[in-house]
Design a binder for this molecule. Structure first.
Ligand code: SF4
Length: 357
């Protein structure tokens, strides 16, 4: 059986290596050595050369092929185009976090599918339709490739790129565990976010599995008619069912629910929207993340500064819960939320690279 390092948690790796006399402790050490080097070690304390030779022959260490890269001249966001098991390209975005000199870090925004079948009207990925699910290793390797190309360490990962993570649940959760494990990429669980447009069975599974990662739910409207207009998923999992699942999640985890709100001018930034939202979440601790819509097709516009200020005032008055405005960068290279479509913008900002070995 082929052992796949980027596709296995430490326990899974141990199960595969136990017949070779490898203990869980040594399986963890091996996992850490392989993932940090992105190569098989020639020697490792307490692991015999014979075992390492067997691992080299019987283990797989696949790598994504980098098909291109674009860096935003405005804010340093970088978009990478990768190819994995299939011919179709998909993207990951490197988000720089500004900290004091010497403490800079980056967050990786990861794709979980190529394309997406949910068809949110404000999202370029949704217009592609679903091409395929990514495997866990294809998600883990997005982080490894970004880290290898970054001056600063990757300290967070958000499953908010292409795709609906809850429709590729097992691979996404396996990837998140590998990213989190101390012998994996050691990214803290609180710095790993899994987002969903509102797939209720996935949220219930996430709750039942008691996962330590952050759950982010894209709400965008508390009015079922308006929500249905831009998020067809509302027909399958309507707001009352979604809210019930979120209340269960909060009860089981004690966590505040993070709601994402893609702001569309004149559509979901009125006082009435704040009133409806406050009524919908009554009694449930939430944090609202406001994100400007990014529609390269030009159909949807973000709110103007006065419209945004009025909406924030209305949220303060009616919602009375934490509200954060999330910067969605890399617009100039089509890397911002809702703009990923498996391609790079104009040649002037591109950096191509030969396939990773
Ligand atoms: S916003 Fe997310 S769920 Fe909706 S179409 Fe885009 S990728 Fe899919």
């Amino acid at each position: 059986m082929m052992v796949r390092f980027k596709d296995s948690t430490a326990d899974e790796l141990h199960a595969a290596l136990a017949p070779r006399g490898i203990s869980l402790r040594l399986a963890r050490r091996l996992q850490a050595a392989v993932l940090r080097r992105d190569a098989f070690p020639r020697s490792l304390p307490e692991v015999s050369e014979k075992t390492l030779a067997w691992v080299r022959e019987n283990a797989g260490l696949p790598k994504l092929v980098q098909k291109g890269k674009a860096v935003s001249a405005r804010d340093g966001f970088a978009k990478y185009l990768f190819q994995g098991e299939g011919p179709e390209p998909f993207e990951a975005v490197r988000i720089p976090l500004l900290h004091r000199a010497g403490e800079e870090k980056v967050v990786a925004c990861l794709s979980s599918q190529v394309g997406c079948g949910l068809g949110c009207a404000f999202c370029a990925t949704g217009r592609m339709g679903l091409v395929r699910n990514l495997s866990a290793w294809e998600m883990v390797d997005q982080v490894i490739r970004l880290a290898a190309d970054s001056e600063h360490p990757v300290r967070g990962a958000v499953f908010m790129g292409m795709g609906e993570p809850m429709l590729n649940y097992e691979a996404v959760v396996r990837a998140a565990r590998i990213l989190n494990e101390p012998c994996g990429l050691a990214i803290s669980a609180e710095a790993i976010s899994i987002s969903t447009a509102g797939i209720v069975p996935g949220i219930r599974r996430f709750t039942a599995d008691r996962l330590p990662f952050r759950l982010v739910v894209s709400l965008t409207s508390a009015d079922p008619f308006r929500r249905r207009g831009v998020m067809p998923l509302e027909r399958t999992h309507p707001l009352p069912e979604l809210m019930e699942a979120l209340r269960e999640y909060h009860k089981a985890s004690g966590q505040r629910v993070i709601l994402a709100w893609t702001m569309i001018s004149g559509f979901n930034t009125r006082e009435e929207d704040a009133i409806q939202l406050a009524a919908l979440v009554r009694g449930l601790p939430v944090r609202l993340d406001l994100i400007d819509v990014n529609d390269a097709a030009g159909r949807f516009k973000p709110p103007s500064p006065p419209e945004l200020a009025a909406f924030r005032d209305a949220l303060r008055k009616h919602l009375k819960m934490p509200v954060a405005r999330r910067y969605s960068g890399g617009r100039d290279i089509h890397a911002a939320c809702g703009m990923l479509a498996g391609s790079l913008p104009g040649p002037s900002r591109r950096e191509s690279r030969s396939p990773a070995s």
